[in-house]
Write a protein that binds this ligand. Sequence first.
Ligand SMILES: [Zn+2]
Length: 206
Amino acid sequence: MLKELIKIKEGIIDILWPKMCLGCGKEGRYICKDCEIFLSEAEISERPVMSVWQYEGLMAKLISKIKGDGCYDIINELIDKAFEKIELTLPADTYITYVPMCRKKEKRQGFNSAELIAKKVGEMTNRPVVSLLEKIKDNRPQAGLNPPERLENVKNVFRSKEDARFNNVLVVDDFRISGSTMEECFKVLKFNGIKNIRGFTLAGII
Ligand SMILES: [Zn+2]
């Protein structure tokens, strides 16, 4: 019933505010078939964090539309597209979590894009999504800071919510610049006894 109501609501929203391609303005989707070529895939590396696309051009525009304008339904379209390109193999006992936002900021924005991405990744991979971290300090945005400043800026801003003894955890975020935020989350989770931690972001500067 709830799913049907959501579908009806989405249908009404589509009529009132039709989706438009952020590349060329064509109606129907946020990224039309012709503009897909403007999304550059990130290089697959052995790093513990997997990013699907390079954080640049159209991708940067999409992320800022999600975060700045609250167009979070872009996430579904991007994750569907991501899973056509990548293979995310997760051990059966993997739990998915996400980089948290400071509570006040999340309330103001109305959603945490990392959490929405995690939920969609959970749906696609059939793994449970759990909230393992909380942000206890409101720091400056990482963009615009140099690498040492970024490291310092995220130091001790996260705390583990519970003593979760999981074997495998995947930490999800929307995008990463230097990876300092992810590293800090990994550090906190490791300290709490989680053995294998990997990361996933839609986009990254690599
Ligand atoms: Zn287009």
